[in-house]
Design a protein around this ligand. Structure first.
Ligand SMILES: C[S@@+](CC[C@H](N)C(=O)[O-])C[C@H]1O[C@@H](n2cnc3c(N)ncnc32)[C@H](O)[C@@H]1O
Length: 278
């Protein structure tokens, strides 16, 4: 699957590219589409919409529509480094998967030995796909919460909801909960009833409640996808927030996207920081 972000300046011989893929990548399907901000995605090759496929990764199955109306691929390939981490570091863990999308991280966590996984996303269709993925992988430990992240983590951290919650009758109530590992993978910018997600200017409003619901020796796998925010800046934001909240980090390390997702320089836009606490 190729996704282009700018119009092609060269005319490409798609059937020739398809032959190359068949020979070198051993795949019999090539799908090429273009994403342009604010416009529906446009299919460039082939002419007919391809059938959805089940893809395999690290022994797990995920349903992917190689072309669909949304803007995102249903399995983020750069984030495989995060799924691999979860596959190896979740033994016995209670995991909170925030902005879970199609729940690939939650499923990787269960395969890695997690005892509970709570997936949170406000998109019903993303969670429905997550449910299908979870069933295909015979998962037994997944919960799916269709809601905005803010009210969920505030309540799970033991905070009261703000007064405006009463203006929204659909606001669900959650008890205080504790997690050993939080996956925090927000979009760059998103508006919601309870506030905006803004990973450039206000990552803290997400990170701080996560610190408050974290068990002793817990970990937060925090991501920032925005190219304008450097690793140093992101690290600084998280470290300052942790100190202010009275839970300084013991260790922080970065995960890099894998070899099949190369960046043009040594600093790929996706920054994944694994933060470990006492
Ligand atoms: C970048 S994707 C997350 C990718 C995902 N972590 C994965 O492993 O594939 C962003 C997701 O955040 C969800 N989202 C955006 N703002 C939200 C909010 N305020 N509350 C809940 N979900 C939100 C979107 O519906 C989308 O599924």
């Amino acid at each position: 699957m190729l996704q282009l972000f700018r119009p092609l300046v060269l005319g490409l011989d798609w059937p020739e590219l398809e032959r190359w893929c068949a020979e070198h990548l051993k795949t019999n399907q090539l799908v090429v589409w273009q994403r342009r901000p604010g416009q529906p995605p446009q299919m460039l090759y082939p002419d007919q919409v391809p059938e959805p496929v089940w893809v395999q990764e690290m022994g797990q199955k995920f349903r992917v529509d190689a072309y669909h109306r949304g803007q995102d691929p249903q399995l983020f390939l750069d984030w495989r480094c995060g799924r691999r981490y979860l596959r190896h570091h979740c033994q016995g863990a209670r995991v909170l998967n925030l902005f879970s999308y199609t729940c690939a991280s939650g499923i990787a966590a269960e395969a890695g030995g997690a005892v509970q996984v709570v997936n949170v996303d406000f998109s019903r269709s993303a969670l429905d796909r997550g449910l299908l993925n979870a069933e295909a992988n015979e998962c037994r430990r997944q919960e799916f919460v269709c809601d905005e992240v803010f009210p969920v983590i505030w309540q799970m951290a033991g905070r009261k909801l703000p007064a405006r919650a009463h203006k929204r009758p659909t606001t669900r109530r959650f008890s205080k909960r504790v997690f050993d590992l939080v996956v925090l993978d927000p979009p760059a910018l998103a508006k919601g009833f309870f506030g905006a997600v803004d990973v450039k200017n206000d990552y803290q409003s997400l990170f701080k409640p996560c610190l408050q619901l974290l068990a002793p020796r817990g970990r937060i796998v925090a991501c920032n996808n925005l190219a304008q925010v450097s690793e140093g800046e992101f690290r600084g934001q998280l470290e300052r927030c942790a100190v202010k909240a009275g839970r300084p980090m013991e260790r922080i390390r970065r995960l890099f996207p894998e070899q099949d997702f190369p960046a043009l320089d040594a600093d790929p836009p996706l920054k994944v920081l694994v933060c470990e606490f006492a």
